[in-house]
Ligand binder design. Structure first.
Ligand SMILES: C[S@@+](CC[C@H](N)C(=O)[O-])C[C@H]1O[C@@H](n2cnc3c(N)ncnc32)[C@H](O)[C@@H]1O
Ligand code: SF4
Length: 421
């Protein structure tokens, strides 16, 4: 289960990238994502590509690393054949699914595979997502020793009834100890929160935020619950058993998050992401020590290779995505074929549009497209958006859109105005 991949065009079975379209450049950093497609149970709201069972050799929890390692070897060859200069990974993210369902030794082998095939840049951010119920101090220590520098805990809420609605299994009282252990090990710590679950009151949300802040993580992500079609929760909402999240309630919760996190020293650098500002630390919030480099790589349209079933990759003008099922994936990579299912070659207009879509969500904001009708549309929208209080006035006068708090609440509308649709 989880939604279908986009259509795209069929992909070369060897995964060949042409140098002129891969846009070889040593200046554009390379980021790496490793997808771990397994979970203990399926949370009712989640539509990520993840499975609670294994599918045999190369596609189960004990042997999956061998498949991802095979894709890494293939990727290194493809990039070298495309005449890409060697670029050690500047950020790495192990996500899921539940990466911590794999043995830490398997996660260490995967990280070693990245080191051997691509190299890891000095000071690279190396994150692993961890579900609180699947880690303990010993696991955290092994991950630290293997070279992970950052752990992102799926906290979601501190309120037991909300956790139950979300089908989360962890005991919220265990998380503070885990966060403390991770910090004492020298890991950077992030926690993910979700707001807007059916039945969650404003007070529940405030409790979750205060509990998260009390753990003093370096970074907090706060996501509005999205009701995804094809999920258990999507069906419950469709049948009227659960209410659809109320946009006004979600807006109030975002405002509470912005206020409480701001008071506690966390600064927004992307709509859903807040980094702790160290004392004496200055400069734009996207450059804060604790702002996720990996997140920023996506938003800046740099190159990234996503390993694993269903993972998406982007190199120069290429974008492609892998087959979704773990056994189809394992079969392809063990036979030496690319696991790419399909992809597309991005034209300048699409890239420009995506640049606006992503950058508008960051505190850096977004400049007008360089030329064409898109530039005119963008520039014409600025004065109105500024007068509506949705973007800051001074940067708007210089052709740049930086969303205000009000604009963050209406980011989709701001984007539509800037792109003219
Ligand atoms: C896909 S999960 C993977 C990490 C880990 N398995 C976990 O659940 O904590 C990554 C994050 O995506 C967010 N997420 C997943 N589904 C979501 C949804 N439908 N709406 C909002 N956020 C969601 C959650 O905050 C979660 O921590
Ligand atoms: S544990 Fe995370 S990835 Fe797995 S189903 Fe729940 S939200 Fe999705």
């Amino acid at each position: 289960m989880s939604p279908a991949q986009p259509d795209g065009q069929p992909w070369d079975l060897r995964g060949v990238l042409l140098p002129q379209l891969a846009e070889a450049s040593a200046d554009r950093p390379l980021s790496i994502y490793v997808h771990i497609p397994f979970c203990q149970v399926r949370c009712g709201y989640c539509d990520f590509n993840t499975y609670t069972v294994g599918f045999g050799p190369g596609a189960d929890r004990v042997s999956y690393d061998s498949s991802a390692l095979a894709e890494m070897r293939l990727a290194a060859r493809i990039l070298s054949d495309a005449q890409m200069p060697a670029r050690p990974a500047s950020s790495i993210f192990f996500g899921g699914g539940t990466p911590t369902l794999l043995d830490p030794a398997a996660l260490a082998r995967l990280l070693e595979g990245i080191r051997q095939n691509f190299g890891i840049a000095p000071g690279a951010e190396v994150t692993v997502e961890a579900n609180p119920e699947s880690v303990d101090e010993a696991v955290l220590e092994s991950l630290r020793e293997a070279g992970f520098t950052r752990v992102s805990f799926g906290m979601q809420s501190a309120v037991p009834t909300v956790l139950r609605t979300l089908d989360r299994r962890h005991d919220p009282t265990k998380l503070p100890g885990l966060v403390l252990a991770a910090r004492q090990l020298g890991l950077d710590v992030s926690v993910d929160l979700i707001y807007g679950a059916p039945g969650e009151s404003l007070q529940d949300w405030e409790v979750s935020l205060r509990e998260a802040i009390a753990m003093e993580p370096d970074h907090i992500s706060a996501y509005a619950l999205v009701i995804e079609e094809g999920t258990k929760m999507g069906a419950q909402v469709a049948r009227g058993e659960l209410p659809m999240p109320d946009p006004d309630d979600e807006a109030s919760k975002y405002e509470i998050a912005d206020r409480l996190l701001g008071e506690a020293g966390y600064v927004w650098y992307e709509i859903s992401n807040f980094a702790r500002r160290e004392s004496g630390e200055e400069g734009p919030s996207t450059q804060l020590r604790h702002a996720s480099k990996h997140n920023l790589a996506y938003w800046r349209d740099w190159d990234w290779w996503g390993f694993g079933p269903g993972a998406h990759s982007h190199v120069g003008r290429y974008r492609w995505w892998n087959v979704k099922h773990p056994s189809a994936y394992a079969q392809r990579v063990t036979q030496g074929f690319s696991p790419a299912q399909a992809g597309e070659i991005l034209d300048a207009q699409t890239r420009e549009m995506e640049r606006v879509l992503l950058a508008v969500r960051t505190s850096e904001g977004v400049d007008a497209p360089r030329a064409g009708a898109e530039r005119d549309t963008f520039l014409q929208a600025l004065p109105t958006l500024a007068s509506e209080g949705l973007i800051e006035s001074a940067p708007a006068a210089q052709g740049r859109a930086i969303v205000t708090l009000q604009g963050r609440l209406l980011a989709d509308y701001v984007t539509r105005c800037l792109l003219g649709y």
